[in-house]
Write a protein of this length. Structure first.
Length: 445
């Protein structure tokens, strides 16, 4: 009996009719004839309520439904949640679907209204865009079914307590791969650098054909075979690429619902995918007070998943990054020359100068690329051309000063042979992949 009352809900139509009956009883004080009409309508209403309840509750498994969730959510991207509903009643239904989505989405009025044909299936989809990494717990899937009388509703509950993890962005990885293979990220004007000797790995010995480089002739194999043989080389592979992510307070700054840390993690996932496809070794590290979440640069099956697991639950803290400790830890952890992409955010030249000695020390042992961010709001103010108030003029001057500081930071890094990427947060993945492909094309690693 308790279960029955937990499933039954009264609809607005019922309250409207009860309100009309109440009006008839009020009128009956002045016109007695309305008393009989009110009695008849009230009796009919009770009869229809009983009929409606019988229609909804006499059939078992009247509605079958399930929520179909992806195995994992892609942070910052649109993820599709699907609902499959089957109506086993012998009549059409009106239903309201209320899915208890995780609290992180802050949906206060989630409701989908649909018509269900008798003995038919209905498939629904709705998008969810997570803005945080971590665990997302879905509650029950509630379906409120109404018969054609629509006086009461019956509630059905499905899929209690489903948990889905939200990983760093991975949905667009195939797209990045395709664009990288087509060199669409590469900017024009890449200058080739002359290097001494071969920078390629030996692949095989083959017969000489017209057009082969005569400097690659293998004279020993030529003497044995009695015909000209040449060495064939392939592009140098197995270079070590590390994504080094700052977890300090500067990476807490939000843009479009994601923090700079989230953008850095998403870009690291995208770049790791391209690095592994290029047969290089991808690894990640994070740092604040010390080096953490270390994934050694390798190119093995499951390496991308290992990187995703390492970055899965990382959060920013409010510490100032310790670059002196970082320099010592990197010297101990990485003993071969590698490409290190440092995701951080220097806002002023003074902030850079405090850490420059340690960055120069890292750059002497590795190829260092410092990645920092443009502020979209500052860019918007600097590009504005209609300042009507004195305050707006002051705002633009201050914004231009901040932007000039960023230019000085890039020049200071360049002076000491440290590469940099300065980009908007939403363009970070494209910019960082482009820089990696440029370094590969120039052969400077």
């Amino acid at each position: 009996m308790r279960s029955f009352f937990q499933q039954i809900y009264l609809n607005n139509r019922l309250f409207i009719i009860l309100g009309a009956i109440a009006m008839l009883y009020i009128l009956a004080f002045f016109i007695p004839f309305f008393m009989w009409i009110a009695h008849i309508v009230l009796m009919l209403l009770f009869v229809f309520i009983i009929v409606d309840i019988l229609l909804l509750f006499t059939q078992k498994n009247a509605i079958q439904s399930k929520r179909i969730l992806p195995e994992k959510l892609s942070n910052g991207d649109e993820n599709i949640t699907r609902i499959d509903i089957k109506n086993n009643y012998s009549f059409d239904l009106s239903c309201s679907i209320i899915d208890e989505v995780p609290f992180q989405f802050q949906y206060r009025n989630f409701e989908i209204k649909r018509k269900l044909k008798k003995a038919k299936n209905l498939f629904l989809e709705y998008p969810l865009i997570p803005k945080e990494r971590g665990e997302y717990n879905f509650g029950a899937l509630n379906i409120y079914a109404k018969s054609p009388l629509a006086l009461v509703s019956r509630r059905f509950r499905f899929n209690d307590d489903q948990m889905v993890p939200s990983y760093p962005s991975f949905i667009h990885l195939p797209q990045y791969e395709l664009m990288a293979m087509q060199n669409e990220f590469l900017m024009g004007g890449i200058k080739k650098i002359r290097k001494i000797g071969h920078t390629m790995e030996f692949e095989q010995i083959k017969d000489y054909i017209l057009g082969d480089d005569i400097r690659s002739i293998n004279w020993k194999a030529t003497g044995k075979r009695g015909q000209i043989m040449v060495n064939q080389y392939q592009d140098e592979k197995s270079q070590r690429i590390y994504m080094l992510i700052d977890k300090g307070r500067t990476m807490k700054m939000p843009f479009d619902g994601l923090t700079l840390l989230d953008y850095a993690i998403n870009a690291s996932m995208a770049l790791s995918h391209i690095v592994l496809k290029k047969k290089d070794n991808a690894g990640v590290m994070t740092f604040s007070r010390k080096l953490e979440n270390v994934v050694v640069a390798e190119n093995r099956p499951g390496q991308l998943r290992k990187i995703a697991e390492a970055l899965y639950n990382i959060e920013t803290n409010f510490y100032e990054p310790d670059y002196s400790r970082l320099y010592v830890d990197l010297k101990m952890k990485i003993n071969q020359r590698s490409l290190i992409l440092l995701f951080t955010n220097f806002e002023t030249l003074d902030a850079l100068h405090r850490q420059l000695a340690y960055l120069r020390g890292i750059a002497r042992q590795h190829l260092l690329v410092v990645v920092f961010f443009k502020n979209p709001e500052i860019i918007k103010i600097t590009e504005s051309s209609n300042q009507e108030k004195l305050q707006e003029v002051y705002d633009q001057i201050i914004a231009e000063k901040f932007e000039y500081e960023k230019k000085l930071i890039r020049q200071e890094l360049q002076k000491y042979g440290i590469y940099s990427v300065y980009t908007l947060p939403e363009n970070l993945s494209i910019s960082i992949i482009n820089k990696y492909l440029e370094i590969k094309a120039r052969g400077i690693l």
